[in-house]
Design a protein around this ligand. Structure first.
Ligand SMILES: *Cc1c(COP(=O)(O)O)cnc(C)c1O
Length: 373
């Protein structure tokens, strides 16, 4: 007997139509020949890489980007056609697999290309590279025109290697102030001009750049991550969105137990929560091993369209909520997402966790199944 069903009611529900609508709306911002690179790193920001990639490609994306070789191989196993770019530094030992699987790697230093060269000398397919320019992010990439030209020359001199693109990444695109941003743009444009020959794909924009900065930065392609998932890169970007983004991710569960406490009874490890009068408590089968980390103690959830707080310490696999009355076992609980007139957003969790919304779906662990609508 093959069991296909998930038996625990805790699940992440991902709305692929929302993702498609976001891609369609983003595409309207672009000049006709500009490609969309759907950024599906980190399991598509926790949403599920294969399902999101499929939805994004159907909605108009033509290329996929990930962070690591394993992510690229996972995508390639499901998608034969589209170009896949690895944005981070890949080990040189991965170079022959990249060539064979038609995965594009990021070239960020001459030394890396020299070290990769022996691995790819007799591959049937050439290894395609995109040069990364570090225009101010301080992460990986060439930091001067000289370093760029050295890298360019090394690529030209290496057998079986092809320069396919050049790109950079902005550190402050989600802010209103343009001074640091403009310096990055200037350096990147200087680099592109300095190349003896322009490669096929020049790209620089992430979500924030595309939504708030100048359209001339579209170049040949735009890399959309967070906006595709229906989230804003910063409160500033949120305040000037050209169209509403539709969040795609909900975290849902159910009450598995409901009981009445008497005044003086307590809840959870450390007995930190104590009932001051008779009250109803519900138990939800979700805990820090699912990514509902202990710092979320006190966070509200939605039950019956109303907000109710998590009380006591969050356990590994369960947590408890204070209920205004008795609810039946099986009553739906929404930890992230909409229920009735109200919604709990990733931004609300991010504020509680003192982080950014990007981090929220990424911390929901693999134990929580991703289901698609
Ligand atoms: C993650 C990433 C992106 C996507 O950025 P968003 O802000 O999510 O749109 C684009 N480019 C690079 C290099 C990245 O690492």
């Amino acid at each position: 007997m093959k069991i296909q069903q998930y038996f625990r009611p805790t699940k992440a529900v991902v709305d692929l139509q929302a993702i498609q609508q976001n891609v369609i709306n983003l595409k309207k911002l672009l000049q006709p020949n500009v490609q969309i690179i759907a950024v599906v790193k980190a399991n598509a920001y926790g949403h599920g890489d294969v399902a999101v990639a499929k939805a994004a490609l159907e909605a108009g994306a033509t290329m996929l980007a990930v962070a690591t070789p394993d992510e690229a191989l996972h995508i390639r196993a499901h998608f034969e056609e589209p170009d896949i770019l690895i944005l981070g530094a890949s080990p040189v030992s991965f170079a022959p697999y990249a060539a064979q699987q038609r995965i594009i790697l990021t070239a960020f230093a001459s030394e890396w290309v020299q070290q990769a060269a022996p691995f790819i000398a007799d591959e049937a397919n050439p290894l395609r590279l995109h040069i990364k320019v570090d225009s101010g992010m301080g992460r990986i990439g060439v930091r001067s025109e000289q370093e760029l030209l050295d890298l360019y020359q090394t690529i030209q001199n290496t057998v079986n290697v092809e320069l396919d693109g050049i790109f950079t990444h902005f550190a402050t695109a989600d802010e209103e102030d343009n001074s640091y941003f403009d310096r990055q743009v200037q350096f990147f444009e200087k680099c592109v001009t300095a190349l003896p020959e322009k490669p096929r794909l020049v790209h620089a924009s992430n979500t924030a750049t595309s939504l708030v900065k100048d359209a001339h930065l579209q170049f040949d392609a735009v890399r959309y991550g967070i906006s595709m998932y229906g989230l804003s890169p910063s409160p500033y970007v949120e305040s000037i969105l050209p169209f509403p983004l539709q969040p795609a991710f909900s975290l849902e569960s159910e009450l598995v137990h409901v009981k009445q406490l008497q005044a003086g009874d307590s809840v959870g490890y450390g007995a930190t929560f104590e009932a001051t009068s008779d009250m109803w408590i519900g138990t939800i089968p979700v805990g820090y091993a699912d990514g509902v980390i202990r710092k979320l103690g006190g966070q509200e959830v939605l039950i019956d369209g109303q907000r109710m707080p998590i009380v006591g310490r969050i356990c590994m696999d369960q947590c408890m909520v204070a209920l205004p009355k008795a609810y039946a076992i099986g009553e739906k609980v929404t930890l992230i997402g909409r229920q009735g007139q109200d919604a709990i957003s990733m931004n609300e969790w991010a504020a509680k966790l003192e982080t950014i919304n990007y981090e929220v779906p990424c911390i929901i662990t693999a134990r929580v199944p991703r289901l698609y609508i």
